[in-house]
Design a protein around this ligand. Structure first.
Ligand code: C2O
Ligand code: CU
Length: 578
C-alpha cells in the first residue's frame, strides 16, 4: 500500500473507531445492551487496527505519525483502559455509558489533532485535547445523572482546567522565528546593459473567444495566453508592464527563470504591485536557454486562472526545424490552446515545448512517433533515450521539451486525451500508456555535493490557522500558514537541502523562486537518471522528496505550492540570504 493510501486508510479507521465508541455510549445510555456491545466491540477492533496503520506510517517517516503516536496513542490507550474492563463487568449497561463516551471523546479528540493540527505534534495541542475530552466527559456525567465520587470529579476538573490553561498558553505563544517582514526596502535592479529585445505587456480585462464562446478574462495585450516572448541566449530583455484596469494589481514573475531578485515580480517582496495606470520595467539578461513562462504574481490564484500568463522561450540560436510551444491552460472551464494541425515534412526536426500553466497536473501523450524528452523545466537532460507509447505527467508550472524527427506518417500530441497539436489525423488510445518517471530517465552524473550546509524540512499538510482575522482551514507548511511560516535563512554559497514531505491527501506542486533544485531522492530511493534540475515538481500524498541547491542568487525568494489556491490558502513561505 502506498503511503498516500495509508494516510487515507488511517483517517477512515480513526473516524470509525471514534464513531463506534460514541455510538456505543449512546446505545448504553439508552439501555440498548446488544447494540452497545456490538458498537463497542467494533470500536475496539478499529482501535487495534489503527495500531497497525500508525506503525506503518511511523515506519514511512516520523512526519507522518508524530501526533498519532504522541497524542492519539495515549488517548486510545486510555479509552480502551477505561471502557473495556467496565464493559466486561457491567451489570447495568447504562453504567458503562460514560466510559464509552469518554473513549469516543478521546478518539474524536485525537482525530481533531490530526485533522486540525498535524505535524509537528505540540504539547499545546495535546493538553487542549485532554482538556476537551475531560470537559465533554464531565458534561456527559451531569446529563446522564451518573454520580462519580467527589474525588474523581474534583481531580478531573483540576486536570481539565490545568490542561486548558497550559495548552492555550502554549498554543498562542508567538512562533520562534518571525516570517519575512514586508516593510523592507526593495533591492535595486542590477546594471544589465543596453536592451536588445523590447516588449510591452498591458494587462487589462478583455473578452476572449475560446472554443466558440466569449469568455471574460484578464489578458496581456488583449490575448490569452499573452504574447510569446522569445529571445536568443545573451539578449538583454526589457519588458514594460502596464496595468490598464486590473484593480487588484499585476506583476510579472518569470517562472523558472533565475533572474536577479529585484526582477522576480513578487508583490510586497521584490516590488509593489502595479496598479491601474502604473507601469514597471523589467530588465534582465537571457542567460538561461529553454522553455519558461511568465505570469502575474499579484493575487496570482485569480490572475493566472483568468489569463494573465504567457510563454518565454530562450533559444541557443534562431530556431531551426519546427519549434512549437504548447501552453496548456483552463480558462473558464474551457481547455486552451485550441487544437492545431499543420503538416510537417518527413525528416524535419520537431521540438514541442509543453507548458502546464494550470494549478493541477496534466497528462501529455505523443502518438505516432518515438521521441525523446530533451529538457525538463528548461534544463537539458543527459542522455535521454527514445520513448514510444509513453505519457508524461507535467506538474503545475512545469515544462517538458519533447523532440523527434517527423516521420512520413502523422503525429499527434494529446493532453488529457484531447488532441492539441498534430501533423495530420491520428487516432490513438493513449489512456493505458505507462507514464515516464523522470527520476529514472537518462544517464546519471555524480551529485556535485557531499555535504549540506543547511537542511530544511517542509512538511505539507492542512490545519486550522487562527492567526488571521478569521480562522481558516489552511494549507500548511510545518504546521503554520503564510505569513507565519518562519523564513528560511541561508548564506551565499551554502549548499541547501530540502526534505519535502506531503502528509495531506492532495498533490502539492512545489516551486522555489530564483533557483533550480537538483533532485536527490524520492521516497528513500535515490534518483538514478539524468541529473534533474527542476523548478516545479509534484509532491504526491505520502511522498518524501529530497532536493538540493547552491544558494547563489541573493535576495528574498518566494517558496510555495504552485497549486495557486493552495498558496493563497497559506502554503507559501520565503527563503532569504543573511
Ligand atoms: Cu509560477 Cu511564485 O510562481
Ligand atoms: Cu498545494
Amino acid at each position: 500500500m502506498s503511503v498516500g493510501s495509508l494516510i487515507a486508510a488511517d483517517l477512515v479507521i480513526a473516524v470509525l473507531a471514534a464513531a463506534g465508541w460514541l455510538g456505543g455510549g449512546a446505545a448504553a445510555a439508552a439501555r440498548r445492551r446488544p447494540l452497545a456491545l456490538a458498537l463497542a466491540g467494533f470500536a475496539l477492533l478499529a482501535t487495534v487496527g489503527r495500531a497497525v496503520t500508525v506503525t506503518a506510517l511511523a515506519r514511512a517517516g516520523w512526519w507522518f505519525a508524530a501526533e498519532k503516536v504522541l497524542i492519539a496513542g495515549p488517548l486510545s490507550l486510555a479509552a480502551v483502559a477505561v471502557a473495556v474492563p467496565r464493559l466486561l463487568r457491567a451489570g447495568d449497561i447504562r453504567s458503562v455509558a460514560v466510559p464509552l463516551l469518554f473513549a469516543g471523546y478521546a478518539g474524536s479528540g485525537a482525530l481533531l489533532v490530526t485533522v486540525l493540527h498535524g505535524y509537528p505534534a505540540s504539547a499545546g495541542a495535546g493538553l487542549l485535547t485532554v482538556a476537551g475530552v475531560l470537559a465533554a466527559t464531565a458534561v456527559s456525567w451531569r446529563v446522564l445523572g451518573a454520580r462519580p465520587s467527589g474525588t474523581v470529579s474534583r481531580t478531573a476538573v483540576a486536570v481539565a482546567v490545568g490542561a486548558l490553561v497550559t495548552g492555550t498558553g502554549l498554543a498562542v505563544a508567538p512562533a520562534a522565528a518571525p516570517a519575512v517582514t514586508h516593510d523592507h526596502r526593495y533591492e535595486a535592479a542590477p546594471e544589465v546593459g543596453e536592451p536588445t529585445r523590447r516588449f510591452t505587456l498591458t494587462a487589462g480585462t478583455a473578452t476572449v473567444r475560446v472554443s466558440g464562446r466569449d469568455v471574460e478574462a484578464w489578458a496581456f495585450n488583449g490575448q490569452v495566453p499573452g504574447p510569446e516572448l522569445t529571445a536568443t541566449v545573451g539578449d538583454v530583455l526589457e519588458v514594460t508592464l502596464r496595468n490598464r484596469d486590473i484593480g487588484r494589481g499585476v506583476t510579472l514573475h518569470w517562472h523558472g527563470y533565475d533572474v536577479p531578485n529585484s526582477q522576480d515580480g513578487v508583490p510586497d517582496v521584490t516590488q509593489d504591485a502595479v496598479l491601474p495606470g502604473q507601469e514597471f520595467v523589467y530588465r534582465f539578461r537571457a542567460d538561461q536557454v529553454g522553455t519558461y513562462w511568465y505570469h502575474t504574481h499579484s493575487v496570482s490564484d485569480v490572475g493566472v486562472r483568468k489569463g494573465l500568463y504567457g510563454v518565454l522561450v530562450v533559444r541557443p540560436a534562431p530556431a531551426t526545424g519546427v519549434d512549437v510551444t504548447v501552453p496548456v491552460h483552463t480558462l473558464a472551464g474551457l481547455p486552451l490552446p485550441a487544437p492545431r494541425t499543420e503538416p510537417v515534412g518527413a525528416g524535419t526536426p520537431v521540438r514541442l515545448r509543453l507548458i502546464n500553466t494550470d494549478s493541477t497536473t496534466h497528462r501529455y501523450a505523443l502518438a505516432g512517433t518515438p521521441f525523446r524528452v530533451a529538457a525538463i523545466d528548461g534544463s537539458d537532460l543527459r542522455g535521454p533515450t527514445p520513448l514510444a507509447d509513453t505519457a508524461v505527467l507535467i506538474p503545475a508550472g512545469g515544462r517538458y521539451d519533447l523532440v523527434f524527427t517527423a516521420p512520413a506518417t502523422p503525429v499527434a500530441l494529446f493532453v488529457d486525451g484531447r488532441a492539441v497539436y498534430s501533423t495530420g489525423p491520428v487516432s490513438a488510445e493513449t489512456g493505458p500508456w505507462p507514464v515516464l518517471d523522470p527520476l529514472t530517465y537518462g544517464v546519471a552524473a555524480p551529485v556535485p555535493w557531499s555535504r549540506f550546509d543547511k537542511e530544511f524540512p517542509l512538511v505539507l499538510d492542512r490545519g486550522l490557522d487562527l492567526h488571521g482575522l478569521l480562522p481558516r482551514y489552511a494549507h500548511t507548511v510545518n504546521g503554520a500558514a503564510d505569513p507565519d511560516i518562519p523564513t528560511q535563512v541561508v548564506r551565499r554559497g551554502d549548499v541547501v537541502r530540502f526534505t519535502i514531505v506531503n502528509r495531506s491527501l492532495v498533490v502539492h506542486p512545489w516551486h522555489l523562486h530564483g533557483h533550480h533544485v537538483l533532485v536527490l531522492s524520492r521516497n528513500g530511493k535515490p534518483a538514478t537518471g539524468s541529473p534533474l534540475w527542476l523548478d516545479s515538481f509534484d509532491v504526491r500524498p505520502g511522498d518524501v522528496w529530497e532536493v538540493a541547491f547552491r544558494a547563489d542568487n541573493p535576495g528574498t525568494w518566494a517558496n510555495h505550492c504552485h497549486n495557486l489556491p493552495h498558496a493563497d490558502a497559506g502554503m507559501m513561505l520565503h527563503l532569504t540570504y543573511s
